[in-house]
Design a protein around this ligand. Structure first.
Ligand SMILES: Nc1ncnc2c1ncn2[C@@H]1O[C@H](COP(=O)(O)OP(=O)(O)OP(=O)(O)O)[C@@H](O)[C@H]1O
Ligand SMILES: [Mg+2]
Length: 454
């Protein structure tokens, strides 16, 4: 149980002190009273108070002066100013000086009751957020990754050691689980951290383009090769090469890659010179590589070459304890990016986030919070801000009542992908967009096949 909330009533009129403390006691709060400013400050020093109800007009020290002093003695207490003279000026001034809100006298017990309830909720949330923020600074992070799940903590430990070696690392996991972030963290923790980190998205390019992207080409190697170009292997010399979506490369490139990994040398497309490189390889995929090997789609020898250290990132639904931590982390980031004060999410909004399955994993969670940050009015995000209500259908947008343009697009792309059994080239053609664009949209919307279709 939480500690009882304590309210201090500061008013020069006895009748006001008595009625306010009576009402608040009925609501179950602990109450104290003070007839004037100086005695209120004394009481503040001696005890912990959560909420102060302060009359504006009092002989001697007035409400604003009490406010000013109280902020110094008890910065964590929320202060509500009561005034019979509801001039906007004084109210604004009080808020500027750090009051939480003001009440215009006379007011009904319900009005006070409601305001205090709101305040207590907010204070509890803020306290929880402060604890989360401290936890984030402490043990629950590895570079840019945050997690308190035991599985992820195990991965962080393994990776810290593995980063020091030159071994190839294979990162597996569903879309949006943090594979790229982990690859970057490994590079940053390794002795190669001062060298380059070069990323290649293998699924986004055709075989020919990917080949020249990886190995470079000589002038005149093909029609568009107007000059010599360095490949990613060369660019990553002395550093790390991150081969993303490795499960999608063609048989020919699988063989080429196997050779480079074994020999650490290669030729540019259309070139004869052997080029030697010192590169650490990290590969990642959201596909089931082992199954692709069994089906003869992915070379077994390459699989073993890549699989020296294998890490599987668990999906978010298997580590829901990370959700509050990630919410805090992302709202912190988004708040800075958008120059908006994002304090947290309401209890109801958190329940909603915790109840979801997150097919798009951490990326999807971030997107939802980003939407919330844009449409919400700042402060504490409510369930309605997240755009998730009524979205319990299998692809998440049924019953939302009026789909946004983006939702329609997502829906349509998913349909086309299903029709084409997730063949990216065919789907892209059907949609009239190029593969790279489709690939990015699949990522952005967190789309994935319902069952492994290969
Ligand atoms: N543990 C984490 N802590 C903080 N941010 C995370 C974490 N995991 C993922 N993210 C964030 O979620 C988003 C998706 O992560 P990332 O791009 O690394 O996923 P991925 O596994 O490579 O996805 P895909 O398979 O679709 O390429 C990024 O914005 C990343 O910063
Ligand atoms: Mg990725």
């Amino acid at each position: 149980m939480r500690e009882r909330v304590k309210i201090l009533v500061v008013d020069d009129e006895e009748i006001v002190r008595e009625s306010l403390s009576g009402w608040s006691e009925e609501d179950g709060y602990g109450v104290g009273v003070a007839p004037d400013g100086p005695s209120a400050i004394e009481k503040l020093k001696g005890n912990e108070w959560n909420i102060l109800l302060v009359d504006l007009k009092m002989p001697g020290m007035d409400g604003l002066q009490v406010l000013e002093n109280a902020r110094k003695v008890r910065p964590e207490a929320a202060i509500v100013i009561m005034t019979a003279y509801a001039t906007v000026d004084t109210a604004v001034q009080a808020m500027k000086m750090g009051a939480y809100d003001y009440l215009v006298k006379p007011f009904e017990p319900e009005e006070l009751s409601l305001m205090i309830k709101k305040l207590v909720n907010q204070q509890n949330l803020l306290r929880e957020n402060i604890l989360l923020r401290k936890a984030l600074k402490r043990q629950y992070r590895f570079r840019d990754l945050v997690s308190k799940s035991p599985k992820m903590q195990g991965i962080f430990e393994l990776v810290k050691t593995a980063a020091k070696s030159n071994s190839t690392v294979l990162i597996l996991g569903e879309s949006g689980t943090g594979k790229e972030l982990l690859a970057r963290a490994i590079h940053a923790e390794s002795p190669r951290c001062t060298g380059p980190f070069v990323e290649v998205s293998c699924a986004a390019l055709t075989e020919t383009l990917l080949e020249s992207e990886l190995f470079g080409h000589e002038k005149g190697a093909f029609t568009d090769a107007v000059s010599r170009k360095k490949g990613k292997f060369e660019m990553a010399h002395g550093g790390t090469l991150f081969l993303d979506e490795i499960g999608d490369i063609s048989p020919k490139l699988q063989l080429d890659l196997l050779r480079v990994i074994e020999e650490r040398e290669f030729r540019r497309v259309g070139g004869s010179e052997l080029i030697k490189v010192d590169v650490r390889i990290i590969a990642a995929t959201n596909r089931n590589l082992k199954k692709l090997v069994e089906e003869g789609i992915f070379r077994e020898d390459l699989y073993y070459r890549l699989n020296v250290i294998a890490i599987t990132l668990p999906p978010l639904r298997e580590r829901k304890e990370d959700i509050p931590l990630l919410v805090e982390h992302f709202l912190g980031q988004l708040g800075v990016e958008m120059e908006k004060n994002l304090e947290g999410v309401s209890r109801e909004a958190m329940d909603l986030l915790l109840s979801r399955d997150w097919p798009g994993n951490v990326r999807e969670l971030r997107n939802v919070l980003e939407r919330g940050a844009v449409v919400g009015s700042g402060g504490i995000l409510q369930p309605g801000d997240l755009g998730l209500l009524g979205a319990e259908g299998d692809d998440g947008f049924e019953g939302a009542g009026g789909e946004s343009l983006k939702e329609v697009e997502r829906h349509h792309i998913l349909e086309v992908l299903k029709q084409n059994r997730w063949n990216i080239s065919r789907s892209a053609r059907a949609l009239g967009i190029d593969r790279v664009t489709l690939y990015h949209k699949i990522k952005r919307y967190g789309l994935k096949p319902e069952r492994a279709v290969s």
